[in-house]
Design a protein around this ligand. Structure first.
Ligand code: RFL
Ligand code: PHB
Length: 393
């Protein structure tokens, strides 16, 4: 495909945020070009999120990329919290009349990339050395290198959708001064395996040896996580050690059995909460992980990327269709309100379900009291359910 040298919106990053934004703009006739640093195979292959809020599901439907999701995705009407082996089911559907959808980020990425290809949205893979220019004026542009040749892309706006380690936030003036961060003293070791899941719903377990999560991708593919030290090496975790640990932490029993199998993928990710409260400068706007990180306990990262780009698309559409600048001016404020609520929920789920180093007897009693309260209070369960399925946007 010929890549134009002028577009309305230059999108940096072809992850979920960038790809979704491109489709939201495309259906409104607003042109964009996506510049992605990696290859298509690498971008599609990353194993990450698994739980979609109903708002993300609706967004996928609205942009016409839901066919495979509606066919292969698993509707979950509840999930379980477990503490020292005692299980409490949060019946999402009964409490808030809404479900979540279990559908892998890998699959969403494939669906969105296929849509880009089918609709002719220019998507440049292996775009190296991306640099942003003149975004505090009326005529920004982006330069990048592809196959050793430097290109210039003129645009009206730049959307920074390049994740936590991209260049957009690094280029945003004063971003560091507006950053708020919390680092957790542990990480998650994740394993993907082709065996049936141990339960039809997700189980978040707080055990004296640390947190564990039983998740899934399909009836034949499981995803498990265990809390570990961030300094640990993946080589110290042969599959058998992971399975032994999962069986202990998730309470493997005769009627609740973990099926073992060889790992298809395993990796360790650190946990942190991070918000860059400055999400725009001139004609540069940040969205998704480029602006914020949540610990995965609340399953919110991908879903926040979706709500950010939905707000940003609304604002850009109002600009192009009605010369209305209010949405663009208020983008950060509107996005941050939802981001902070998701940060709060992800933090509280992490607090509730993990064993912290140097945890005191008092800290543990707080977890137990919290869970006991949730067990006996319909209001507390409803609050968890409302946040888990996703606050409206
Ligand atoms: P991404 O997906 O990181 O995409 C950014 C893209 O930008 C590219 N890039 C550049 N391109 C051009 N030039 C540069 N200089 C560039 N620098 C980077 C990158 O190659 C990449 O393709 O960010 P985006 O789109 O904002 O999406 C965010 C989500 O990926 C992320 O929040 C979720 O994966 C978080 N997450 C979860 N979110 C959920 O909603 N539900 C979950 O169940 C869930 N589980 C998880 C997760 C994240 C995890 N890890 C690995 C951190 C579980 C885990 C273990
Ligand atoms: C996942 O399946 O990858 C997953 C599910 C729920 C979470 C985090 C990750 O909270």
């Amino acid at each position: 495909m010929d890549i134009p040298n002028r577009t309305e919106v230059a999108i940096i990053g072809g992850g979920v945020a960038g790809l979704m934004l491109s489709q939201l703009l495309h259906i409104e006739g607003i042109t964009c070009v996506i510049l992605e640093r990696q290859t298509r195979a690498y971008t599609e292959g990353r194993i990450r999120a698994g739980v979609l809020e109903y708002g993300t599901v609706n967004l996928m439907r609205r942009i016409g990329v839901s066919e495979r999701m509606d066919c292969m995705g698993l509707r979950h009407e509840g999930f379980a919290l477990m503490d020292d082996g005692e299980k409490l089911r949060i019946p999402l559907h009964d409490l808030v009349n809404t479900d979540v959808m279990v559908y892998g980020q890998t699959e969403i990425t494939i669906d969105l990339m296929d849509a880009c290809e089918a609709r002719g949205t220019p998507l440049v893979f292996e775009a190296k050395d991306v640099a942003l220019h003149d975004f505090d004026g009326a005529a920004p542009y982006v330069t990048y290198t592809k196959d050793g040749v430097t290109h210039r892309l003129d645009c009206d706006f730049i959307a920074g959708c390049d994740g936590a380690h991209g260049i957009c936030r690094a280029t945003m003036p004063d971003a560091t001064a507006h950053a708020v961060e919390k680092v957790y003293p542990f990480g998650w070791l994740g394993i993907l395996v082709d065996v049936p899941p141990m339960d039809h719903e997700l189980i978040y377990s707080n055990h004296e040896r640390g947190f564990a999560l039983a998740s899934q991708r399909s009836a034949t593919r499981s995803r498990y996580y265990i809390q570990c030290d961030v300094s640990e090496k993946i080589d110290d975790w042969p599959d058998d050690r992971i399975w032994n640990e999962l069986e202990i932490r998730l309470g493997d029993t005769a009627d609740h059995r973990i099926t073992r199998g060889p790992s298809l993928e395993k990796s360790i990710a650190p946990l942190r909460s991070y918000v860059c409260e400055k999400m725009q400068h001139g004609r540069l706007f940040l969205a998704g992980d480029a602006a914020h990180i949540v610990p995965p306990t609340g399953a919110k990262g991908l879903n926040l990327a979706a709500s950010d780009v939905s707000y940003l698309a609304d604002a850009l559409i109002a600009h192009y269709r009605h010369d209305d600048e209010v949405g663009l001016e208020g983008y950060t404020k509107r996005a941050l309100d939802r981001i902070w609520k998701a940060e709060r929920f992800s933090w509280s789920m992490t607090q509730l379900t993990h064993r912290f180093p140097n945890m005191t007897a008092f800290d543990r009693q707080m977890q137990k009291a919290d869970l006991s309260y949730i067990r006996t209070s319909a209001a507390a369960q409803k609050s968890i359910a409302e946040n888990y399925v996703g606050l409206p946007y």
